[in-house]
Design a binder for this molecule. Structure first.
Ligand code: FES
Ligand code: FES
Length: 153
C-alpha cells in the first residue's frame, strides 16, 4: 500500500490488518512514533492525520490511503524544529521522552485549532496522553510557550 507520510508517498507491502503504528515503525522505519499500550489508552503513538491527532495503534494503515499523515519526524521544516518541539526543549518538558512525540503531535493539533489555549484546554486535550515521568506541569508550560510564539508568527 502507498501512504502519504511527511509529505512523501511511501510504499510498503504489509498485510491488510497492519495498524498505522506498525506500518510507520516496522515498515517505514519511523520509530519516533512510540508503541506504548497498543490499545488506545496512552497516546504515545499519536500522529496527525489531515492535521488531526489520532492514535496510530487504533487505525488500520490501509484505511488512510489518500490522507495526509504527519509523524514527529515530519514536524521540523527547513532544518528548524517546529515551535512546539522547540518549546518542549526550552522548558525541558520531558524526562525519559517516551511520551514526548505523542504530546508534541497532540499539542501541535491543538494549537492549529486554537492559537491561545488556556491551561484547562491544554490539560483537557492532553488527557489521553500519559506521562509516566509526571512531567505534566512542564508539558503545559511548553504548550503555553509555543502558543506565545505562535502569536508572534
Ligand atoms: Fe497507541 Fe497507547 S500505543 S494509545
Ligand atoms: Fe517519560 Fe513522559 S517523559 S513518560
Amino acid at each position: 500500500m502507498t501512504l502519504t507520510v511527511n509529505g512523501r508517498k511511501r510504499t510498503a507491502s504489509a498485510p491488510p490488518e497492519t495498524t498505522l503504528l506498525v506500518f510507520l515503525r516496522d515498515y517505514l522505519g519511523l520509530n519516533g512514533t512510540k508503541y506504548g499500550c497498543g490499545e488506545g489508552a496512552c497516546g504515545a503513538c499519536a500522529v496527525l492525520v489531515d492535521g488531526r491527532a489520532m492514535n496510530s495503534c487504533m487505525v488500520k494503515a490501509v484505511s488512510l490511503v489518500g490522507k495526509r499523515i504527519t509523524t514527529i519526524e515530519g514536524l521540523a521544516a527547513d532544518g528548524k524544529l517546529h515551535p512546539v518541539q522547540q518549546a518542549f526543549l526550552d522548558v525541558e518538558a520531558f524526562q525519559c521522552g517516551f511520551c514526548t512525540p505523542g504530546m508534541i503531535v497532540a499539542s501541535t493539533a491543538l494549537l492549529s485549532e486554537n492559537r491561545s489555549p488556556g491551561e484547562a484546554q491544554i490539560r483537557e486535550r492532553l488527557e489521553g496522553h500519559l506521562c509516566r515521568c509526571g512531567t505534566y506541569p512542564r508539558i503545559v508550560e511548553a504548550v503555553r510557550l509555543a502558543a506565545k510564539g505562535a502569536h508572534r508568527g
